[in-house]
Design a protein around this ligand. Structure first.
Ligand code: CP3
Length: 332
C-alpha cells in the first residue's frame, strides 16, 4: 500500500497474479473436494482458505481474493460454466437478455469471502480485490468462450458499435458497483484485469479499453475517494502512456513483452509499476530465472515498484522456482 501511495521500497513488495491455483498441492486437494470451480468461488469459507494458501506458504506481501472475472456476467444473468481443462463456457443466447443491473445477492458470498480473508490476514499483508476490464469480459461474453484472437468481440465492435457499446456500458456500471462493494467489504486495493487489451488497434484500444476503465476509475473514486486501483492492460505496448494518463489508475501492471526502459520512461514517476517477470521463466527456473528476476529488479529499482509476473502463474510451475525467485527478490 505504501508503494501504491508512491514510495519506493527496497526490497520491493511481491505478489503474483494467479498465485492461488493449480500449481499448489493444497489448492488441488481442496479443489478435489468441491464439485466445481464456481462452487469454490461462491463458498466463502473455502474461497477465503484458497485466498490465504499462497500467503501462508510464501509470505507474499499481498493476497488476492479468490474468485474469477466471469462472476460479473453470471450476476448479469448470463449462464457461465467452467469445463475442467477446457476453460469457461458462456451461454451466448443469453447475451441480449441481460439484466440491467447486477444481481448483488448472487455476489454476496464474494463480499463475505473478503471479510473472512481480511480478518485472517496479518495486518502487514494487503488484500486485493479485482474485476475484469469491460473489454476482456466482453470478449468471453460475446464468443461464449476463450478465443485465440478475440475475433467475435472485435467483429461485433466493428459491425455494431452501438450494441457493443451498450454491453460495455453495462459492464462499466456493474464493475464499478462490484469494486465499490469489494472495497467496502475490506479489500485494500483493486486490480482491473484487461488480459486481451493487446488485441485491439490503437483507436479501438482507446475506445474499448481506456475509456471504459477511465469511467470505472472515476466511478469508484466518486464513491470511495482515494481508492487505490491497479490497471493491467496486457499487451498495451506503445499505448501504455495513453492508458496511464487517461484512465487515472494509481498503478499499472506491465506484461513481460514490454520494454522496461520504455515503460519506465513513459510512466510518470508518481505512478507505481507492477510486474513483469515472464511466467514462463518462472516455470523454467535455473540461471535464466535468476537473471530475469535481476533484470526486472534493476529496471524498476529507483521508482515505486511491486514485483510480480507479466501474467499469471502457469499451472505446472514448480514450487521450488517460486521459492528461489522470492529469495532472489528479497535478497536472501
Ligand atoms: O490471481 C488469483 O490467484 C486470484 C484468482 C483468479 C482466478 N482467475 C482464478 C481461476 C483471478 C484474479 C482470475 C482472473 C481471470 N479469470 C482472468 C484475468 C487474468 C488472466 O489470467 O488473464 C481471466 C481472463 C479469467 C477467465 C478464466 N478463468 C479462464 C480463461 C479460465 C480457464 C483457464 C484456466 O486458467 O484454467 C479460468 C479458470 C480459473 N480462474 C482457475 C482459477 C484458479 C482454474 C479453475 C480450476 O481450478 O479448475
Amino acid at each position: 500500500m505504501r508503494v501504491l501511495a508512491g514510495t519506493c521500497e527496497t526490497p520491493p513488495p511481491v505478489w503474483l497474479m494467479r498465485q492461488a491455483g493449480r500449481y499448489l498441492p493444497e489448492y488441488r486437494a481442496l479443489r478435489e473436494r468441491t464439485a466445481s470451480f464456481l462452487e469454490l468461488c461462491f463458498t466463502p469459507t473455502l474461497a477465503a482458505e484458497v485466498t490465504l494458501q499462497p500467503v501462508r506458504r510464501f509470505q507474499f506481501d499481498a493476497a488476492i481474493l479468490f474468485s474469477d472475472i466471469l462472476v460479473v456476467p453470471l450476476a448479469l444473468g448470463q449462464p457461465v460454466t467452467f469445463e475442467v481443462g477446457d476453460g469457461p463456457r458462456l451461454d451466448t443466447d443469453a447475451l441480449w437478455n441481460l439484466r440491467d443491473q447486477v444481481d448483488h445477492a448472487r455476489l454476496e458470498p464474494i463480499y463475505e469471502t473478503i471479510g473472512r480473508a481480511k480478518e485472517a490476514l496479518p495486518s502487514e499483508v494487503a488484500l486485493l480485490g479485482f474485476c475484469g476490464a469491460p473489454w476482456t469480459v466482453a470478449t468471453y461474453m460475446v464468443a461464449g468462450r476463450g478465443t485465440p484472437d478475440q475475433a467475435p468481440a472485435r467483429n461485433l465492435a466493428y459491425q455494431n458499435p452501438q450494441e457493443f457499446g451498450r454491453l460495455i456500458d453495462r459492464l462499466v456500471e456493474a464493475s464499478t458497483e462490484y469494486l465499490v462493494r469489494q472495497l467496502r467489504a475490506g479489500v485494500d486495493a483493486v486490480q482491473i484485469f484487461d488480459t486481451w487489451a493487446g488485441s485491439l488497434p490503437p483507436t479501438e484500444f482507446l475506445r474499448w479499453c481506456v475509456d471504459p476503465v477511465a469511467r470505472i476509475v472515476n466511478g469508484v473514486r466518486t464513491a470511495m475517494p482515494g481508492a487505490a486501483i491497479i490497471g493491467f492492460p496486457r499487451g498495451a505496448g506503445t499505448s501504455l502512456p495513453a492508458y496511464v494518463s487517461q484512465t487515472g489508475v494509481t498503478a499499472v501492471g506491465l506484461d513481460w513483452m514490454i520494454n522496461p526502459a520504455f515503460a519506465s520512461a513513459q510512466v510518470p514517476a508518481s505512478i507505481a509499476v507492477q510486474g513483469n517477470l515472464d511466467p514462463l521463466v518462472l516455470r523454467a527456473g535455473g540461471a535464466a530465472l535468476d537473471a530475469a528476476a535481476d533484470e526486472v529488479m534493476a529496471a524498476f529499482a529507483r521508482r515505486p515498484f511491486i514485483f510480480n509476473l507479466g501474467h499469471g502463474v502457469l499451472p505446472d510451475t514448480p514450487i521450488v522456482h517460486v521459492e528461489r525467485m522470492l529469495a532472489r527478490v528479497r535478497g536472501r
